[in-house]
Design a protein around this ligand. Structure first.
Ligand SMILES: [Zn+2]
Length: 497
């Protein structure tokens, strides 16, 4: 480190005296990044220390987690910012505040009987009362709703689409409040509407209750009972942050964008999901500073992925078309160290799942495939390009995207056991969204492989975009983008909402 500093200082002084460009190689005094050299700098020990840091941060927080709005998430953001700010000559760092109404407690009574309830993230604080009306089906279609819900409270089942869609329909029909009931066991504490409200049709106070409580209310309504619900919700508006760090070097008009989410769910510290991806890219961003780049590299740590990709959605919403066009490719990294892993590449060319990303996505998949097959010489599989993580809003904006993952709650197949070891018939991550997602949950062999794969992609596109379609082709696609809503009508997405 000491030697480094003195070289940099020398270059700066020397450059001030004479024009350095004639005396130093074209890309500055640091060598142009190379995949092999960057990969060699990725060490399991450094990743382990960062994972332990995040676990400490989580365990110091009252809920022992890093969920949005918590001390644990704020400390995570501070840690990343402080680490990246160690390189003020190399990165421009910016924080983007995202205002979120974070749900807490709620009071719900039905004919004066109290029901255990929680208010939901993105829902407003408020007080509503009125007759309860059960909405048939799932409330994902406008036709599920009666013509008028004026003055009533709508009771809706969780699932299939974002709950924000359901609450939006109910509000547009005149409902003054909504109760969502769970589609699995357990309370809806920490639940989110997963979608920013439409300012033209604001959300109404919404509370979440258990599946059992919801089914009991439906049965009573079906039996002809009249139920008057009184509903009080409390939300705390907090500002949560996306972190963006972009190399000062490299062509600022042509950007390779690398991202992962910084938040966890409420259930636990979230060390695989997504301590792993966020620390992979922090370590790569740290090691990249030893090199120069030809294209700008932007690293982003998104907030509120677990509440519905909110940080990344907000970020993309705020980008002008000109700024969107500068992003030649966005790569997403979520869950890089699953204990029962598979090396999964997002199916950007649609060959396996028939969902094709914007131009450039197929090329990104091909480069990952080339890396795993020819360079790392390890097996890989493909997973559906369904928009389930932070690349979703980029797809919707027509921006080329890609990524890799080690797997969440999906079950490892026999073929995958033969390819990757581990146990068939068991989830990739048995601790997915549980309190057991700690440093003990990580598979370091997988993590180092994945981090090297990310390093390869970072170095490759920091050097050249020649393997991607011309920028104009993707820019045209971006302008024509009408939304990849179809990505959300998949089985994987259904499980998640
Ligand atoms: Zn995640």
């Amino acid at each position: 480190m000491a030697i480094w500093r003195s070289i940099a200082a020398f270059a700066a002084i020397f450059g001030a005296v004479v024009d350095g460009s004639a005396l130093f190689p074209r890309y500055g005094h640091k060598g142009l990044v190379e995949s092999g050299k960057l990969r060699k700098l990725i060490k399991a020990d450094a990743l382990r220390k960062r994972a332990e840091k995040l676990e400490d941060i989580a365990y110091r927080s009252p809920g022992k987690n890093r969920v949005i709005g918590s001390q644990g998430h704020e400390d995570t953001v501070d840690y990343i910012v402080n680490e990246i700010k160690k390189f003020p000559d190399y990165y421009t760092v910016s924080l983007q505040g995202v205002e979120l109404a974070i749900g807490g407690g709620a009071n719900v009574t039905a004919n004066n009987n109290t029901i255990e309830a929680y208010s939901v993230t993105l829902g407003p604080s408020g007080h509503a009362s009125g007759p309860l009306v059960s909405i048939p089906n799932l409330g994902c279609e406008e036709s599920d709703f009666p013509d008028s819900l004026e003055g009533s409270i709508a009771l809706i089942f969780r699932g299939i689409c974002e709950s924000g869609i359901k609450v939006g329909y109910a509000a547009s029909k005149g409902a003054v409040g909504v109760i969502i009931y769970n589609n699995v066991d357990g309370s809806l504490e920490g639940y989110s509407l997963q979608k920013f409200e439409d300012p033209e049709n604001p959300y109404v106070p919404t509370a979440g209750i258990s599946q059992g409580a919801g089914e009991s209310l439906v049965a009573q309504l079906d039996g002809g009972a009249e139920i008057i619900v009184d509903l009080i919700t409390e939300a705390e508006v907090k500002t949560s942050y996306n972190i963006n760090a972009q190399t000062k070097g490299g062509d600022q008009e042509n950007v390779i964008h690398i991202g992962g989410h910084s938040d966890s769910v409420a259930a636990g510290p979230g060390i695989n999901d997504n301590g792993s991806g966020s620390m992979s890219i922090l370590e790569i961003a740290t090691q990249l500073t030893r090199f120069s780049v030809k294209n700008a590299v932007r690293f982003s740590w998104w907030t509120a992925e677990e509440a519905g990709l909110l940080g990344a959605t907000y970020y993309v919403m705020q980008l002008s078309q000109e700024e969107k066009d500068k992003i030649r490719l966005f790569l997403d990294f979520d869950m890089m160290a699953s204990p029962n892993y598979a090396f999964q590449i997002y199916d950007g060319d649609g060959s396996a799942f028939n969902l094709t990303g914007p131009p450039g996505s197929a090329e990104a998949e091909a480069e990952f495939t080339r890396y795993f097959a020819d360079i790392a010489k390890v097996n890989h599989t493909e997973i559906e390009f369904d928009g389930r993580s932070d690349y979703g809003p980029f797809l919707e904006a027509g921006i080329a995207a890609g990524g890799i993952a080690c797997g969440a709650e999906g079950i490892k197949t026999e073929e995958e056991q033969a390819m990757f070891g581990g146990a068939a018939g068991v989830p990739y991550d048995v601790n997915y969204h549980e309190d057991g997602d700690t440093t003990n949950n990580l598979n370091y062999e997988a993590w180092i492989q994945m981090t090297r794969a990310i390093s390869h992609m970072t170095a490759t596109y920091a050097r050249s975009f020649n393997s991607l379609p011309p920028r104009n082709a993707t820019a045209a696609r971006k302008r024509a983008a009408t939304g990849y809503a179809r990505f959300k009508n998949t089985a994987r997405f259904q499980k998640w909402v």
